[in-house]
Design a protein around this ligand. Structure first.
Ligand code: NAG
Ligand code: NAG
Ligand code: NAG
Ligand code: NAG
Length: 529
């Protein structure tokens, strides 16, 4: 059984753990390696043919740090931590300091900041204002529109419903993110189309080449849940007699005489036809199962890495002009909301695996890979755990003499909030009475709420490939869309020559605004006259 290679690995591994002393020589060596990498860093200044944008939903810096330690050890790296270029994104939305996922997705995908709970519309649209959202000038286009106009293939994959907040901003215009199916649209907004309907019937949704995720319950009426594939009872559930948008999607492709495939489980995904022009993968009634609990067999649901690999294969085959692909690790946010820190860490590692797959399958000289997040979460990493303790342990409080977990939440649902009053004193239960390393454990929170709420701290954006160096500072979140536009020469910055050196590129933009400024007084004069 013991192949020579394995013995070598074993020796290396044991050697690392036992013999690797973090003495002065060790740190100097690491310093030298990092310095050498920094000095050798090269800019790739040609146009990006392909784009893969990874969004870790709710993956703030705390989540990323803790997931690194959890998954790779503190001296290891998640996939995006090998990238040469990074920046910081300011995530406030049009009306909130702590934003939600669809307003922030709108900023990243379209370049325009939107109001809380709205998607694909500008800030003239207040939440629930159907009439305002139907006005054409209020509707904003995403990089999916830009790429389709430029003749590129387009796709997205997510572990949430395909109609959920983040993906919806790619293709829908809605004043309320909850309107995922017809059942959630109120009477007075009957003129507004639900998000699922827009995906299948409108442009750019119906032209998207690859769509993968969950959300059958929003596409088809009265779907039945099962323990392996439950229905989300707290979100949109279609009940309209005869509604079958999966079938409508197929009919649309038939009318266009295009080949298509609908995939519903691991087996379908494995056997997919790489030459199909359109692919719709709907693997769950609600969100996809978490990585640690999913059935990996033929009937089960795929991992984010599986879907990412399949999407890249389909898109790169489809179109010589290149492609854009959005990949969302949506269950990082879902599990944080329930206060299950370990699940969120595990889903973050699953996102890292998906990024690894993409790094393997693409060419750094023509594919821009961006990894970022829409917003942070209120998880904190605190106490003074020893390095040998890992992230799921406890420290001892010197004040109430009750241990506390090193991961805690600011706000949380009933499972997180555990304070009790005893003898007129507020008491915090000892977390070690429960299994704190279990996936199901909910870390304690300070404030009782219906769930863990988001955090408004900045998120990082990591980039690799052509024009990755456009991310180098503290940016508005909306800047992501402009960087994509410029790097790929699609959408608003199409026509600026990316082969010019960067200075002339930016002076072109400044030039435009400068001439506008010069015109301003004259515009004023004309108005006075
Ligand atoms: C959005 O739509 C849902 C479903 O109809 C509704 O419950 C909610 O009140 C609406 N508005 C907001 C601000 O969420
Ligand atoms: C795959 O799809 C292409 C394009 O529609 C078709 O020509 C081919 O026959 C399909 N292959 C299989 C094995 O179904
Ligand atoms: C990437 O490719 C290398 C070399 O072919 C392989 O060993 C590794 O398993 C691949 N990783 C992923 C995540 O596909
Ligand atoms: C605690 O949870 C972990 C992870 O699920 C499990 O491996 C371990 O057996 C559990 N311990 C106890 C005492 O139940």
């Amino acid at each position: 059984m013991c192949k020579p290679f394995n013995v070598l690995l074993f020796v290396l591994f044991v050697g690392r753990c036992v013999c690797l002393i973090e003495d002065q020589a060790y740190w100097r060596q690491l310093g030298k390696e990092e310095l050498s990498k920094a000095l050798k860093k090269r800019k790739i200044s040609n146009q990006a043919q392909n784009l893969i944008l990874f969004v870790g939903d709710g993956m703030g810096l705390t989540t990323s740090t803790v997931a690194r330690i959890y998954g790779k050890g503190e001296s290891g790296r998640l996939a995006w931590e090998t990238f040469d270029n990074l920046g910081v994104l300011k995530i406030y939305s049009a009306n909130k300091l702590v934003p939600d996922s669809c307003s922030t997705a709108t900023a990243m995908f379209t370049g325009i900041k939107a109001n809380h709970k709205t998607a694909g519309v500008d800030s003239t649209v207040a939440v629930d204002d159907c009439a305002a959202s139907r006005k054409k000038p209020a509707q904003v286009e995403s990089f999916i529109n830009w790429a389709q106009t430029a003749g590129k293939a387009t796709g997205f994959v997510t572990t949430t419903r395909v109609t959920h907040a983040t993906p919806s901003a790619l293709y829908a215009h809605t004043p309320n993110r909850s309107w995922e199916c017809e059942a959630n649209i109120p009477q007075d907004a009957a003129d507004c189309d639900d998000i699922a309907w827009q995906l299948v019937n409108n442009s750019p949704g119906r032209n998207i080449d690859v769509i993968m995720g969950g959300g059958r319950q929003c596409l088809q009426a009265n779907v039945e849940g099962s323990p392996e594939d439950p229905v989300d009872t707290w979100s949109c559930y279609s009940k309209q007699q005869g509604r079958d948008l999966i079938n409508d999607w197929k009919t649309d492709k038939e009318i266009r005489q295009s080949s298509y495939q609908v995939l519903q489980n691991n087996l379908d995904l494995q056997n997919m036809n790489e030459s199909a022009e359109f692919t719709l993968g709907i693997f769950a009634n609600g969100h996809l199962k978490l990585e640690h609990e999913r059935d990996k067999g033929p009937e089960g649901m795929p991992s984010l890495a599986d879907m990412t690999a399949a999407a890249i294969r389909l898109l790169s085959k489809k179109n010589p002009n290149g492609y854009v692909l959005m990949v969302e690790g949506g269950n990082i946010d879902q599990t944080h909301h329930r206060g299950h820190a370990r699940k969120a860490l595990d889903e973050t590692v699953a996102l890292s695996d998906a990024v690894d797959v993409a790094l393997n399958m693409t060419d750094v000289t023509n594919t821009l890979i961006i990894v970022t997040s829409d917003h942070s979460h209120s998880m904190v990493f605190t106490g003074y755990p020893d390095r040998s303790q890992g992230v799921l342990g406890v420290s001892n409080s010197k004040m109430d003499n009750v241990p506390y977990t090193n991961l805690l939440y600011g706000t949380g649902g009933p499972n997180n909030y555990q304070f009790v009053v005893e003898e007129n004193k507020v008491k915090r239960p000892d977390p070690t009475a429960e299994n704190i390393t279990d996936f199901e454990y909910s870390q304690q929170s300070v404030v009782l709420n219906d769930e863990v709420t988001h955090s408004g701290t900045d998120v990082l954006v990591y980039a690799r490939g052509p024009m990755a160096h456009l991310f180098n500072s503290v940016h508005e979140q909306s800047y992501v869309a402009y960087a994509i536009s410029y790097a790929m020469q699609i959408g608003i910055f199409e026509g600026l020559d990316p082969f010019d050196d960067e200075d002339s590129g930016s002076s072109h933009i400044y030039g435009m605004s400068l001439s506008f400024l010069i015109m301003l007084p004259f515009i004023g004069v004309f108005r006075v006259i």
